[in-house]
Design a protein around this ligand. Structure first.
Ligand SMILES: NC(=O)C1=CN([C@@H]2O[C@H](COP(=O)(O)OP(=O)(O)OC[C@H]3O[C@@H](n4cnc5c(N)ncnc54)[C@H](O)[C@@H]3O)[C@@H](O)[C@H]2O)[C@@H](O)CC1
Ligand SMILES: Nc1ncnc2c1ncn2[C@@H]1O[C@H](COP(=O)(O)OP(=O)(O)O)[C@@H](O)[C@H]1O
Ligand SMILES: [K+]
Length: 489
C-alpha cells in the first residue's frame, strides 16, 4: 500500500528530523538522489553522462537549494551544469557556493530570457536535461510569470525536484502554468499531488527517496492500493462454498429505456466473483439473453434474497425508479447507489429515511452527480469527498482520472494510474457491478470500492491495450485483470 501525507504533516516530520541531523545533511541526501536519477536519465537518453549538459531552474527556496546541490554532484561526474536563477538575491547560499566550487556556471533568468545567443543565454536551448528546482512544498498557485516564461523555453526533458513546479502540492490542482516533468524525485513521503489529477499526470515516474522521515510521520492522510492489496481482498470460492455462501449480488438497474445499463452492470457483477447474480427490473429479458446464469425477474418483490444491491445505472428518475431505490435502501443489506440513484437521493431527501440505519452504502458519483449530491467539488477533491462521506454516512467514490474514495470515518483511498481508457459510456455501470460483487462477498465497503476502482482500471487497460475500448469489453476483461493479480486460490 502506498501511503501519502499532506505537506503540513511532512513539514512537521522534517522539523523533527532536521533538529537532530547535521545542518544541510538532509538536503544533500535529497540532492544526491536527484543527481543519481538525472545521471540515469542522461545515460538512457544520450548513452553517456560526462559531456552532457544540464540546466537548473532555481527558485528562491530550499527546492532551488536541492537543484543547486544536485548540479554540484553532477559536475563531479563531468556534466556541464548551468544554474538559471529566478531570484538571484534569495538563492540558497550553500547550494550556490557548492555549485560554483564544483565549476558550475550561473546565469540569471533575465540572461536566458534575452535574445542573446552566447553560451549563457543558450543554457536552456542546449541542455540535454533540465532540473526543476523552482518551487517545492511552498508552492501556491500556478507558476509566476517569470518562472512560466523560463519553463516555456525548455525543450529538453525535465526532472522535477520534489514536485513539478506550479501545481498545488496538497490538492493536485493546476490553476495556471506548471512544469510537465518526465520524472519526479521526491523526498521522505509521497505527497497528494503525486496521485491526484491533474497534477499527477505532470510528474512522470515518481521516485521516492528515504530521508528518514517515516518514523516521525504517523498515520498517512490517505492510501493507494497496490496489486497485492487488491489480490488479498478478492473473494475467491473456497472448498466449502456453494453458490449462495459467496454472497448473492442483486442488480436493480437499467430498464426498457436503458437495457444496456442493466447488461453492463450485471456483467460487472457476474465476472467479478463466483456465486450468484439476481436481476430485478424491466430489462430482465435482455439480461437473461446475455447472461443465462443470472436469475432475472421483472420486479424487486420477486427477486429473492441477496447480500448486496446495486442500483442506479440507467434507472431513470421517474417515480418507479424512486420506488426501486427506496426498496433497495430498505432491504437491510449493503447498497451501491450509482448514477440515477445518486441523482434521486440528491433530489429527494426523504429517500434517505428509507435506509436501514447502519447498513453500508456506497455512492459513486462523477463530478456532476457529486455537485447535485453535495455541492460544487472545488479544487480540494479529497476534502470534498471526505465531507460528503461524513454527511451521507456512506462511502463516497468520486469518479474521474483520479478516483477518490472516503468513508464516514475519514479514511481515504485514491486510485491513479494515468490511463484514461475507462472514460467511455457505460464503464461506470461496469464499475458499480464490480463494487456490488465485492460488497455481497463481505468485503469492507471502503475496500470494496477501492479494489473495484483498481480492477476496473486494470480491466480497461487490458481491454484497450493501446486502442479505445467500449464498456462491454472492459467488463469482459475483468477475469484477465483478476488472473493477472494471481490471487491465492
Ligand atoms: N526542509 C528540509 O530539510 C528539506 C527540504 N527540502 C526541499 O525544500 C523544499 C521546500 O523548500 P522551501 O520551504 O524553502 O520552499 P520552496 O523552495 O518550495 O519555495 C520557494 C519559494 O518559491 C516561491 N513560490 C511559491 N509559489 C510559487 C509559484 N507558484 N511560482 C514561482 N515561485 C513560487 C516562494 O517565494 C517560495 O518562498 C522541498 O520541496 C524540498 O525540495 C529537501 O531539501 C529535503 C530537506
Ligand atoms: N479521464 C479519465 N481517466 C480515467 N478514468 C476515467 C476518466 N474519466 C472517467 N473515468 C472513469 O470512467 C468511469 C466512467 O463512469 P461514469 O461517468 O459513471 O460513466 P457512465 O455513466 O457512462 O457509465 C468511472 O470509473 C471513472 O472513474
Ligand atoms: K520543483
Amino acid at each position: 500500500m502506498r501511503e501519502v501525507w499532506t505537506t503540513g504533516r511532512i513539514r512537521a516530520a522534517e522539523d523533527v528530523v532536521l533538529a537532530r541531523t547535521q545542518p544541510g545533511a538532509l538536503m544533500r541526501r535529497a540532492a544526491f538522489a536527484v543527481s543519481v536519477h538525472a545521471a540515469r536519465m542522461l545515460r538512457e537518453r544520450s548513452g553517456r553522462v560526462a559531456g552532457c549538459r544540464v540546466a537548473l531552474l532555481v527558485g528562491a527556496g530550499n527546492n532551488g537549494g536541492d537543484a543547486l546541490w544536485a548540479g554540484a554532484f553532477l559536475r563531479r561526474r563531468g556534466v556541464g551544469v548551468t544554474a538559471v536563477l529566478l531570484a538571484p538575491d534569495k538563492t540558497h547560499t550553500e547550494g550556490l557556493a557548492a555549485l560554483r566550487r564544483a565549476g558550475g556556471r550561473v546565469v540569471t533568468a533575465a540572461d536566458v530570457s534575452s535574445e542573446r545567443s552566447d553560451g549563457d543565454s543558450n543554457a536552456l536551448a542546449t541542455a540535454d536535461l533540465v532540473i526543476d528546482g523552482i518551487v517545492g512544498l511552498a508552492a501556491r498557485g500556478g507558476l509566476r510569470p517569470d518562472a512560466a516564461a523560463l519553463v516555456e523555453r525548455v525543450t529538453a526533458p525535465i526532472i522535477a525536484v520534489d514536485l513539478p513546479s506550479g501545481v498545488d502540492p496538497d490538492t493536485g490542482a493546476v490553476t495556471g502554468p506548471a512544469v510537465a516533468a518526465a520524472a519526479t524525485v521526491t523526498f521522505g513521503a509521497y505527497k497528494p499531488l503525486h496521485v491526484l489529477a491533474p497534477a499527477a499526470s505532470r510528474c512522470g515516474e515518481v521516485h521516492l527517496i528515504d530521508i528518514g522521515l517515516r518514523p516521525e510521520l504517523g498515520e498517512p492522510d490517505f492510501r493507494v492500493l497496490d496489486p497485492g492489496d487488491v489480490a488479498a481482498r478478492l473473494p475467491l470460492p473456497k472448498p466449502a462454498d456453494d453458490k449462495y455462501t459467496q454472497g448473492v449480488v442483486g442488480v436493480a438497474a437499467g430498464g426498457s429505456t436503458y437495457p444496456g445499463a442493466a447488461v453492463l452492470t450485471t456483467s460487472g457483477a457476474v465476472l467479478t466473483k463466483s456465486g450468484m447474480v439476481r436481476y430485478a427490473g424491466s430489462a430482465a429479458d435482455v439480461v437473461r439473453a446475455r447472461w443465462p446464469e443470472v436469475i432475472a425477474t421483472g420486479s424487486l418483490s420477486d427477486a429473492g434474497r441477496v447480500q448486496a444491491w446495486v442500483t442506479g445505472p440507467g434507472l431513470g428518475t421517474a417515480s418507479g425508479a424512486r420506488e426501486t431505490v427506496r426498496e433497495v435502501l430498505a432491504a437491510d443489506v449493503p447498497v451501491i447507489a450509482d448514477a440515477d440513484a445518486v441523482n434521486l437521493l440528491a433530489a429527494h431527501p426523504d429517500l434517505w429515511d428509507a435506509r436501514e440505519p447502519g447498513t453500508p452504502l456506497v455512492l459513486t458519483p462523477h463530478e456532476r452527480e457529486f455537485a447535485r449530491l453535495a455541492g460544487d467539488i472545488g479544487d480540494d477533491h479529497v476534502a470534498a469527498v471526505v465531507a460528503a462521506a461524513k454527511r451521507c454516512d456512506a462511502v463516497v467514490l468520486l469518479k474521474g482520472h483520479s478516483t477518490v474514495i472516503a468513508d464516514q470515518d475519514g479514511r481515504v483511498l485514491v486510485h491513479y494510474t494515468g490511463r484514461a481508457w475507462p472514460a467511455t459510456a457505460g464503464s461506470g455501470d461496469v464499475l458499480s457491478g464490480i463494487i456490488g460483487a465485492l460488497l455481497a462477498a463481505g468485503v469492507e465497503p471502503l475496500f470494496a470500492a477501492g479494489c473495484a476502482a483498481w480492477l476496473h482500471d486494470s480491466a480497461a487497460a487490458i481491454a484497450a491495450s493501446g486502442a479505445p475500448t467500449p464498456a462491454s469489453l472492459i467488463a469482459e476483461a475483468i477475469p484477465a485483470a483478476i488472473r493477472a493479480l494471481e490471487p491465492k486460490t
